[in-house]
Design a protein around this ligand. Structure first.
Ligand code: 4AD
Ligand code: MG
Length: 459
């Protein structure tokens, strides 16, 4: 008999008759001639109640079953007379696969997120993390579905590159040289290294995506991204996933329209497909989630310039830790103030000063600002960072010179502006930040299966 998933059982409006369920015991208690067990198989938040009666041949063993024990149960699915569940299973066969000793760390009590991080290999077995990672899985699918439905092509961009797209120098180096040898020589000889030059893990797939947008039209990348940003914040990870659409013949307005449609569609998808798991988060993690999701889906996102935002921040009575004035990079406290308190909805900021943005952004006619756009959302701050790209070869070259960027490594990038260049735009959305927004989870470490942050590479 095939294993029957618990989420199928719970959704049934008629009994499936005899079923086979395999899973892990969450709790067990004895009452009279029966042993009651709550089994979870990870298919949903719900457990299924299994009742074993004392006539079963291995009843003495069943009474030794502990939390965490793995089982295969065969029995009749019957309507449950008890409260809290629709169905239960009257077991006629309980096959104990592996008894968990009482050192099993996930006993029936509330554990702190900090503690659960130290057992990241076991935490998906808890209600909260099971729900978080089912949502994560569903949202990966939702992203691919959104782009498939819109006719975008999926580009798998390289993870090892020779460039630093963002120019922030937050690179993890890739080398096959022996550190001991390098130490002996007193310097890195890149010519002798695997690729014959400096190389690193990618900080963004954008430059590749641009090349493909200028060939296939609309494309997106969705994959891991690496940044050696030594900021130990609740919103930065060293390894995170980024979604990067890139659209040919698209300007900054089109880019914002696309970002807004994406975020609205993904949130609606979560509400339609992760209802039960999301309910856990709005009940136990953040009661404001339903309202936020409603706002995201139904209200038009605010759009304003960086200069206008600075003005609002300067005029606000709010005490910020970091001072705001025209020209500074906004801190998360500023971003959150705008989205959370001032506008109380997602906000696009555009036209940032050129000095605080990367080389590839399109210069505006004022010669001072670039066609950048960030999407700021309540609780998170920056969810999306993007721009219209500089498609004019001469402007791009001038800008690279100003920023002291060597031209040689970018010869291929410049080529794209030489042969049939067109206006194009795109952005990056931090996938974990999106998950934090819809679950209310406040630390990025808790939406990543095995998080990598400064000083932490366990598991
Ligand atoms: O704003 P960023 O740096 O933009 C880029 O990398 C562009 N090349 C993207 C593009 O235009 N194709 O990063 C994009 C988003 C941020 O808005 C944020 O949500 C997320 O990626 N992000 C991080 N998420 C987790 N941990 C980090 N260290 C992150 N750094 C950026
Ligand atoms: Mg950014």
């Amino acid at each position: 008999m095939e294993r029957t998933k618990i989420n199928i059982l719970e959704g049934m409006d008629h009994s499936l008759g005899r079923v086979l369920v395999k899973g892990w015991v969450r709790t067990r208690r004895d009452a009279g001639k029966f042993s009651f067990m709550e089994i979870n198989d990870g298919s949903s938040l719900k457990n299924i109640q299994v009742i074993a009666n004392e006539d079963l041949g291995n009843y003495p063993d069943i009474q030794k079953i502990t939390t965490g024990t793995s089982l295969a149960v065969e029995g009749e699915m019957v309507a449950s007379p008890g409260k809290g569940q629709k169905w239960e299973i009257q077991a006629d066969h309980v096959d104990i696969i592996d008894i968990a000793p009482d050192t099993y760390p996930l006993q029936k009590k509330r554990h702190s997120d900090e503690f659960l991080r130290t057992i990241a290999h076991l935490r998906p077995r808890t209600n909260k993390y099971g729900a978080a990672f089912r949502i994560r899985s569903e949202m990966c699918y939702a992203i691919h579905k959104f782009y498939r439905d819109k006719g975008f092509r999926y580009l798998t961009s390289p993870l090892i590159t020779g460039s630093d797209c963002e120019g922030a120098g937050e690179l993890f180096r890739v080398t096959s040289l022996d550190p001991a040898e390098v130490a002996k020589q007193g310097k890195m000889d890149f010519a002798r290294d695997f690729f014959g030059q400096e190389s690193n893990l990618t900080v963004s797939g954008q430059l590749s995506a641009e090349m493909f947008a200028l060939a296939l039209g609309d494309v997106y990348t969705f994959g891991p991204t690496f940044r050696a940003e030594n900021s130990n914040t609740s919103r930065h990870a060293a390894e995170f996933w980024m979604l990067e659409p890139e659209m040919a013949f698209c300007d900054l307005q089109g880019n914002m329209d696309h970002g807004e449609e994406l975020v609205k569609t993904l949130v609606a998808h979560a509400m339609d497909n992760c209802e039960e798991d999301l309910a856990l988060f709005s009940k136990f993690v953040d009661k404001g989630l339903p309202k936020l999701m409603d706002t995201i889906i139904h209200q038009e996102f605010q759009r304003l310039t960086y200069a206008e935002a600075i003005d609002i921040l300067e005029k606000s009575k709010k005490k910020f830790e970091f001072k705001v004035e025209y020209g500074v990079d906004l801190q998360s406290e500023h971003e959150r103030f705008l989205a959370e308190e001032h506008f109380q909805k997602p906000v696009f900021l555009i036209d940032y000063p050129r000095e605080i943005k990367p080389f590839y952004m399109r210069m505006n006619d004022d010669g001072k600002t670039v066609a950048a756009m960030d999407l700021l959302v309540p609780r998170i701050g920056e969810l999306i960072g993007g721009s219209q790209r500089e498609e004019r070869l001469d402007r791009l070259e001038t800008r690279m010179e100003e920023m002291n960027l060597p031209r040689d490594p970018y010869w291929w990038y410049l080529d794209s502006r030489r042969y049939g260049s067109v206006p194009h735009s795109g952005f990056g959305m931090g996938f974990e930040r999106f998950l934090m927004m819809i679950t209310g989870i406040s630390n990025i470490r808790d939406v990543i299966p095995f998080p990598r942050t400064p000083g932490s590479i366990d598991f």
